[in-house]
Design a protein around this ligand. Sequence first.
Ligand code: FCB
Length: 469
Amino acid sequence: MTTQEEQTRIGLRFPTGFVFGAATSAYQIEGAVDEDGRGVSIWDTFAKTPGRVLNGDNADVAIDHYHRYREDAQIMAELGLSAYRFSVSWPRIQPDGSGRINQKGLDFYKRLTDELRRHGIDPWLTLYHWDLPQALEDRGGWPNRDTAYCFADYAATVHEALKDYVHTFSTVNEPWCTAFLGYASGEHAPGRREPENAIRGAHHLNLAHGLSVQAMGARRVGGCVNLYAITPATASEADQDAARRIDGLQNRFFLDALMTGRYPQDVLDDLGMDLDFIRDGDLATIKAPIDLLLVNYYSRFTVSGAPGGRASAAAAPTDTGSPWVGSEHVSFVNGGRPVTAMGWEIDRGGLLEVLSRVARDYPAIPMVVSENGAAFDDVLEHGRVHDAERVAYLDEHLRACRDAIDAGVPLEGYFAWSLMDNFEWAWGYGKRFGLVHVDFETQRRVLKDSALWYSEIIRQNRRHEQTDS
Ligand code: FCB
């Protein structure tokens, strides 16, 4: 029996209707940056600035999904995916960030979603996965309140054009990353290191979420957060305080705002800054009712407040500052677990912990795991990629999902990150997360063992569903 058969034999059974998906994002896969009237995004500018992306990589071509979406949809169909989570490139729709609509941009997503539906794959649309139109950055970017209103207009436009094709929308992917990696550490576009503006940006991203939920009217819509399990390195007061702070900035700042319409007071106190940009009524807008919460989960942080530690959980590939505004002294400690090629510690227990925590601390909200996966140094040999470590990672985390469901968590689906190898932000093409291997020279796609394994899990579940009904 092969390893793959052994793994699947054990069976990973989910309730009927559980969504098995995979995820990508526009800038990471599409390429075609100058085609059909697309405007410039902050990632185009950033990637072309020396020293910002490893090896000077950019996503001008990426994995050419803009031209190969039919082939890619065919691959998804072969895998048996029930859903595909992708993002819309804002500068394709509004090249100047506001005003003029580029019909050709909307047409691309109509073609894509049509193709998906032809294969019986449910399109899950993310409105913002980090590619802000450069024109809006030139007017101040996310620290500028107007950006949130522009986003709501853009969301309404996309919703109106695609609502007959898509029934699940989500707003901002991982606002933490946009705010804190984009405007505090500078690891991501636009690469600014302005801690106070990172907080403004975080608030305006939350506001953009709420305004766009309102602007889209009747629809199924969710917010998307990246959550971490966080453990103090020791029981010392300093380490416990560090854990509270990082949990506050990473998790509660976004969850509390979206789900309860409040910012955590301890986080505001830690920041110790003038918060006059939070206006009356903003939090009520941010709390606009959503239909589901999309949770991205990768790892656990072990943190210490003792002086002299390392500033970041996993080394950034480029020269960066600290993303932890107001808590820059916190250090990230080796928790002693195996790591992925990103240096991220592998901890399935962390996924169970974050899902259970949301179910416990916030009003009953249906959830999906909207991203989960791992980079490893894959080797393509004789047309195969034996990525046993990725299979093990996905298997463990899917089991954590099932444990969460067994414990009563309203979890409705799982999306592997990523469908295909792609442009991994500041790491360029140096890190591979795909279920599908992509040769970045020839654009040839090859299913890795993890893709075959995942598709077998999906098939087994479908068979059970049919027997049950
Ligand atoms: C997430 C991002 C996604 C990808 C994975 C590895 O934070 O949403 O685009 O980079 O990490």
